[in-house]
Design a protein around this ligand. Sequence first.
Ligand SMILES: *Cc1c(COP(=O)(O)O)cnc(C)c1O
Length: 230
Amino acid sequence: MIKEKFHEVEAAIAASMERRTRVPKDAPVKLIAVTKNHDVAAMREAIDAGATDVGENRIQEAKEKYAVLDREVTWHLIGHLQTNKAKVAVQIFDLIHSVDTPHLAKALDKEAGKIGKVQDILVQVNLAKEDSKSGVYKEDLRAMLDLVETLPHLCLRGLMCIAPNYEDVELCRPLFREMHEIYQQVKELPYPTANITYLSMGMTHDYPIAVEEGANIVRVGTAIFGPRQY
Ligand SMILES: *Cc1c(COP(=O)(O)O)cnc(C)c1O
């Protein structure tokens, strides 16, 4: 079941790439299987079906799964991170998508430094300025990126956004398009220690549109694993 659904999502991504008009059709997309609220058995199934990347949004849950998962996989933190959990986050995650304040960036830099790591991060942008979501407003993005560049144990890898949960998913398209424009501008900034290659956007209800508009990481849970039980 998970296997079939994982392959369906892969096929849908390929179909969306074919529909691209502004972005090269062959620019690859990384699929993150969002395993939050699903158990380790489900994670194994997804990995055995071909998943190379998993996404978690809570530190405690990720820590428990990390301790027992007997598979090689790349770990992504996609949820809001409290500063006091930065220490555990740098121990587990290969890429942290949700860096949203200068305070958190400094805390991650400090903790990564303690374990001799350079932590790959994305800066989360709150493009629609939703109160319910974290992320840097686009007006504040340059200052945030300038700060990250000064922190020796962080490497800026790109940007992340979560689109509003519109009933009509087409309303996400202009936001994704604008995010892709911002991403391309950010790639041109003179940051010698950054390596900006990732634009993380798109979840179950909107990833086909995100891919059409230039996402190169999508974070998909429900379409692979079914609904989450809370
Ligand atoms: C839960 C979550 C996802 C996956 O959501 P689905 O709708 O289940 O695909 C993606 N991104 C973030 C930030 C999430 O918290």
